[in-house]
Design a protein around this ligand. Structure first.
Ligand code: G1P
Length: 298
């Protein structure tokens, strides 16, 4: 079984759900507490043993490439002013030289097309895919769990979570088959089905291990839901020849591509930090009390 060494992180999306903030700033650079959203996906990838990350970018995303580079003036200033903690934090977050590649998607044609753009850098080996809008919270990262299942089953592995049955039309949904190695066999995959057509409420939460044969299928994939080249449609075709397994994530994923999920993530990560939990918890309690008073008065 081939080790998972490389990961694709697509960062070309326009972020229309976050306008106007994303008019001149990539949505992947919005901070959850004090780290940009994309940093969480990168940390999760390295935690899972990934050695090289391929970012699929687009216009107005150059700042992401700069973010993962050294910043000599900033380092100089932090050194001169004795800000050792900040300096160490910056250094610990920087991928080693050569561990990242950046590829332009050129035009937004869907997730399937973005993944296909990484084919030459990935080559003929299985790889991980992380959708950075989805931020993994709690204990071990989702990709590490997904790699664990892959090491038991081989094939293709998708991380899943349960969603509200009324919300299946927001996600890719999988059908649940026999249990295997802590996960289960995938019996169906459908992109954004209406609740009546959904094979379950297990939704694809944005972490995948895929075999390289996906690239040839993506290369001739017809447009699907939303008139985009859908990764899920190519995975359905790949599943005719190769097994797919699902790993139910034990932690929780926040959808930072939505305003609600983004705010939830900020609160959850702040409450998980020793330097912030006290004041944030007090503020939340005060908000709740004042909200309740207003409701009573109304
Ligand atoms: C994509 C995938 C979908 C998955 C979702 C997770 O959809 O196509 O299968 O459930 O990410 O966030 P998108 O959010 O790009 O519409």
């Amino acid at each position: 079984m081939k080790k998972i060494r490389k990961a694709v992180i697509p960062v070309a999306g326009l972020g229309t759900r976050f306008l106007p903030a994303t008019k001149s700033m990539p949505k992947e650079m919005l901070p959850v507490v004090d780290r940009p959203v994309v940093q969480y996906a990168v940390d999760e990838a390295f935690e899972a043993g990934i050695e090289h990350i391929v970012f699929v970018t687009g216009r107005n995303k150059a700042v992401i490439e700069d973010y993962f580079d050294l910043h000599p003036e900033l380092i100089g200033t932090l050194e001169q002013t004795g800000k050792k903690t900040q300096l160490e934090a910056l250094e610990s977050m920087l991928p080693v030289a050569g561990a990242t590649s950046f590829i332009r998607q050129q035009s937004p044609q869907g997730l399937g097309h973005a993944v296909w753009c990484a084919r030459e850098v990935i080559g003929n080996e299985p790889f991980a895919l992380l959708l950075p809008d989805m931020v993994s919270f709690g204990g071990r990262g989702c990709l590490a769990e997904t790699v664990d299942l892959y090491e038991r089953t081989g094939g293709n592995v998708i991380a899943v979570e349960r969603c509200d049955p009324s919300e299946t039309n927001k996600y890719g949904i999988v059908g649940r088959g026999a249990e295997i190695g802590g996960g289960f066999e995938v019996t169906a995959m459908v992109e954004k089905p209406a609740p009546a057509n959904a094979p379950s409420n297990f939704y694809i939460n944005g972490r995948y291990i895929l075999q390289p044969e996906i690239f040839a299928l993506l290369g001739n994939q017809q447009r699907g839901a939303g008139n985009e080249i859908q990764l899920t449609d190519a995975m359905v075709r790949l599943s005719k020849d190769q097994p797919f397994f699902a790993q139910p994530f034990l932690g929780r994923m926040f959808d930072c591509g939505s305003k609600e999920g983004f705010i939830q993530a900020n609160i959850a990560f702040a409450l998980a930090r020793n330097d912030m939990k006290g004041p944030v918890f007090e503020m939340l309690q005060e908000f709740v009390r004042s909200h309740e008073r207003q409701e009573e008065a109304a």
